[in-house]
Design a protein around this ligand. Structure first.
Ligand code: PMP
Length: 456
């Protein structure tokens, strides 16, 4: 729940969204389309979007730091992407055949992503991680997966436990207990813990992680951790999967692996990779990926191949949007612009928190910004610097009412976050967007300081 005054001001400005939400409650299960759209007093209903902005059904404009759940590094409705879709749509949206665009799309991935030797297309990040897990299990002949507390890898059974605080609960009902036996959950940022877990469990097929740190850097990785994970997994013959669903083509044109110079065996990508249309990919070492290949011996293949289907894998429409997007990203300026905007936001937001004596800080890297805030009243915190932490329970465990109140106050002032108290930037954001965002953030903090948000 958020406080009544915040809710009533929000309701007054968003009557259209409220009406649509009321209708949705009769037909959409749970009244929303995605768990992260859960918002108080209700979610926004958006009418259209362009560049860094989107407009709701009441005509309110937002500077968008959600960007299609992180998919739109070039911003909404980029002219080159729209042109590619408009050229392809009348030629057919789905052939049920292979087609030249899927090859060109795969070539761009192989060109840009340092560890990508072969590519297979799927439809979402969840599916990409399912395929990566199957490939790793087939390759090693082992059954278990090891994942880190707080990291998100989609909503499928295998990896659902461990991304929400508290990490040791199932995360969802409806998942059989036996699944948890095969998905080891270990603390992040501790190489000894990882090495011991792998020593004690000789049947681990793959280690999977977000190379940004959990939830696109909400929980930063310790220096050297990524390199250490690479060394340990190589030494122990365990497949290393980078979940680059968000960081792919965003942390650098070649993703986090390019930014950090650490190469995984398999990479999953599902946002920027598909140019804003539904689509995703698994890429990696040819010897692991080629387990999906037919050998010509059907009796052999029935027993020894990795099976993979998918009606909408790399449709021509998605492929066209993806190619247009990746060709621009390959030039490098888009990533640099998005990074510069995020850096300016992080610095400006941190200065505002400092000036207002708020118990919190801004952080993040590449084109991501995050805010950590202590809840009022009575946090007892006196020193902003002492708040800095890499504890996932703290960083992912901010109280829901605090998060929803800050989100509502930012939306009220035309700012849309990605999830939690963080956002992603695009190449379409400008310095004017930064100035407007910081003014809105300052006003929201003035409203909430001492009330929902702790001061020093
Ligand atoms: N992995 C990561 C790191 C993600 O951020 C997400 C989605 N936000 C997923 C996997 C799942 O992707 P999808 O929603 O396309 O299934």
């Amino acid at each position: 729940m958020i406080d009544q005054e915040i809710a009533s001001r929000f309701i007054a400005r968003h009557a259209g969204s409220q009406q649509w939400h009321d209708r949705a409650l009769h037909v959409l299960a749970g009244g929303i389309g995605h768990d992260v759209r859960q918002a108080a007093p209700f979610p926004l209903y958006i009418d259209h979007a362009q560049g860094a902005h989107k407009w709701d059904v009441d005509g309110n404009r937002y500077i968008d730091y959600n960007l299609g759940n992180g998919a739109l590094l070039l911003g909404h409705a980029h002219p080159a992407v729209i042109r590619a879709i408009e050229e392809q749509a009348p030629r057919g949206t789905h052939f049920g055949n292979d087609h030249p665009l899927q090859v060109r799309w795969a070539e761009l991935i192989v060109q840009l992503v340092p560890s990508a030797e072969r590519v297979r297309f799927v439809n979402s990040g969840t599916e990409a991680n399912m395929l990566a897990a199957r490939l790793a299990r087939a390759f090693t002949g082992r059954g278990k997966l090891l994942r880190f507390e707080g990291h998100f890898h989609g909503w499928h059974d295998d990896l659902i436990r461990g991304f929400l605080v508290p990490f040791d609960i199932p995360g969802s009902v409806g998942v059989p207990d036996r699944v948890f036996h095969d998905a080891l959950l270990v603390a992040c940022n501790d190489l000894e813990v990882l090495d011991r877990a792998l020593a004690e469990n000789g049947d681990v097929a793959a280690v999977i992680l977000e190379p940004s740190g959990a939830s696109w850097g909400t929980v930063p990785l310790a220096p050297g951790f990524l390199e250490g994970v690479r060394e340990i997994t190589r030494r122990r013959g365990v497949v290393l999967i980078f979940d680059e669903v968000i960081t792919g083509f965003r942390w650098a044109p070649g993703g986090a692996q390019q930014r950090y110079g650490v190469l995984p065996d398999l990479t999953t990508m599902a946002k920027v990779v598909a140019g804003g249309l539904p689509g995703a990919a698994v890429a990696g070492r040819a010897d692991i990926m080629d387990q999906v290949a037919f050998t010509g011996d059907s009796a052999h293949d029935r027993r020894h191949r990795v099976l993979h289907y998918g009606t909408f894998n790399a449709t021509p429409l998605t492929s066209a949007a993806a190619i247009a997007t990746l060709e621009i990203i390959a030039r490098g300026e888009a990533t640099a612009q998005a990074d510069a905007i995020a850096a300016a936001l992080r610095q400006g937001m941190d200065e505002i928190l400092e000036r207002r004596g708020i118990a919190g800080y801004a952080y993040g890297e590449a084109s991501a910004w995050h805010i950590y805030l202590e809840k009022a009243p009575g946090s007892g915190v006196r020193d902003r610097a002492a708040l800095r932490t890499t504890d996932p329970v703290v960083l992912k465990g901010m109280p829901g009412d605090l998060v929803m109140a800050v989100q509502a106050e930012l939306r009220q002032r035309g700012i849309e976050v990605m999830s939690g108290l963080g956002g992603l930037t695009s190449a379409a954001h400008t310095e004017a967007d930064v100035a407007e965002t910081l003014a809105a953030f300052d006003a929201a903090m003035a409203e909430l300081a001492g009330r929902c948000v702790a001061t020093l």
